[in-house]
Write a protein of this length. Structure first.
Length: 435
């Protein structure tokens, strides 16, 4: 992660200060549970909270200790003992480092998911507003990048709203799946710690106990979490790519807002480039780069090895920070997207009426032609228009075989743009409900 693509609230979740505070809370809640069970003196738990809760953990001091002991959790516990005093000897009893590390990671991922869900909500609101605004703004639908049939710009945006609604539901499920706690000891057997301690810590940290852990929480949970982030990133890229295509000079149906004083190129003063959506495409690649390592973390040796640790130290902050930034940037792009309905209308007319070819073919079939013959008649008149040789409606009117089946007035009626939009309300109700 770099500051350029980092928002403070998400970054703070992954700061050393936040991590050590979560570590402290896990240890303190565990000690409280042990005290409640009569396993350690109650004064020890009270002292830990009294001295540790208001403390500011010295990151440099912890790093200094770690350079000597080569173990991050031991370094933290040593520093905690410096703050708390003799009562710290009861801290971490029966626990293993992964109890702290894994429970902390899941707290961080849960908090990150909360921010990402808020980001998606903001994007959904922007997409809904712009979709309703352009519910009946005619534009050309494209397949393979080629003009197909008319749609509306509102329907285009409705497809993205539906997609990000699915993304939100997936993230809610991934957040739930990642919200587990393990305080089960060296190989997950609770040999030296009571299972009720884990239950207490889980409740206190807003988690649920992991049904069965080894030394760690199973990494299939994390793999699913990062896979969901990857899918969301792909949805970000799909919308960004749509905007980039629409901003091309030859299309120019929509473009990113270009602020007064903004510069598009160091060499060409006329340029207005889709830099934000190009940036979003790159950020999506970064988020997806976390998915394969997360999947590979699932197959660890026996009860645990440490090969996953270095991976998660990177992908946890990076994937969530990049996606957080991307979602907020995409929301800003959509809120300020400049839309050109007149250009959309001009592009609809560029092919001389060919966008109505299917309706003409179906009308010929209804009038008695075999489908293969109808297709042939329509295509025969369409191909010259592709080459810039005439207007589709005029060519159809001049075709004797077509005229034998459809009158001029019947043909003209088939070129009604509004025909394509008769079910827009149905689509919008499916996506947005009653509005």
């Amino acid at each position: 992660m770099i500051p350029r693509y980092t928002r403070e609230q998400m970054a703070s979740i992954w700061s050393p200060e936040s991590k050590f505070r979560i570590w402290f809370e896990i240890e303190a809640h565990a000690l409280t549970a042990m005290a409640d069970l009569g396993l350690v003196p109650k004064d020890a738990a009270d002292t830990l909270w009294e001295k540790g809760m208001p403390a500011t953990f010295d990151v440099e001091r912890i790093d200094e200790i770690e350079r000597e002991v080569r173990h991050d959790v031991i370094a933290f516990l040593t520093h905690l003992a410096e703050i708390v005093g003799p009562e710290a000897r009861f801290v971490h009893q029966g626990m293993t480092s992964s109890d702290v590390l894994d429970t902390c990671l899941n707290v961080q991922l849960r908090r990150a998911a909360d921010l990402l869900l808020a980001d998606i909500d903001g994007l959904l609101a922007a997409l809904k507003r712009r979709a309703l605004e352009h519910k009946l703004t005619p534009t050309i639908g494209r397949s393979h990048g080629i003009h197909a049939e008319p749609t509306t710009f509102g329907i285009k945006l409705a497809t993205f709203h539906a997609e990000f609604s699915r993304a939100r539901a997936r993230l809610v499920n991934a957040r739930e799946e990642i919200s587990t706690c393990a305080i089960s000891g060296a190989v997950g057997t609770f040999a030296n710690i009571d299972p009720r301690v884990e239950e207490h810590v889980a409740r206190a940290m807003g988690l649920t106990p992991e049904p069965v852990s080894t030394q760690i929480i199973p990494r299939d949970r994390h793999a699913m979490f990062f896979a969901v982030l990857g899918v969301i990133a792909s949805s970000v890229e799909r919308l960004a790519t749509e905007i980039r295509h629409l901003q091309r000079t030859e299309v120019l149906e929509a473009e990113e807002y270009f602020a007064p004083g903004q510069k598009g190129s160091s060499a060409m003063p006329h340029k207005r480039n889709p830099v934000l959506t190009e940036n979003l495409t790159g950020l999506a690649r970064l988020v997806r780069s976390a998915v394969t390592p997360a999947l590979e973390n699932v197959a660890l040796w026996h009860e645990r090895d440490i090969s996953h640790s270095s991976v998660e130290r990177g992908i946890g902050p990076d994937a969530t920070i990049h996606l957080d930034f991307a979602l907020v940037r995409l929301t800003n792009v959509m809120e300020r997207l400049v839309i050109y309905p007149e250009t959309m209308k001009a592009n609809l007319d560029r092919l001389g009426g060919l966008i109505h070819s299917q309706r003409v073919m179906l009308a010929l079939v209804d009038a008695g032609a075999q489908r293969e013959d109808a297709y042939r008649l329509v295509q025969r008149n369409a191909m010259p228009v592709w080459r810039g040789q005439g207007n589709f409606l005029d060519l159809l009117k001049a075709d004797d075989e077509v005229r034998a089946l459809l009158s001029d007035s019947a043909l003209e009626g088939l070129f009604d743009l509004g025909y394509h939009f008769k079910h827009v309300d149905v689509i919008f109700e499916r996506v947005f409900g009653t509005h």
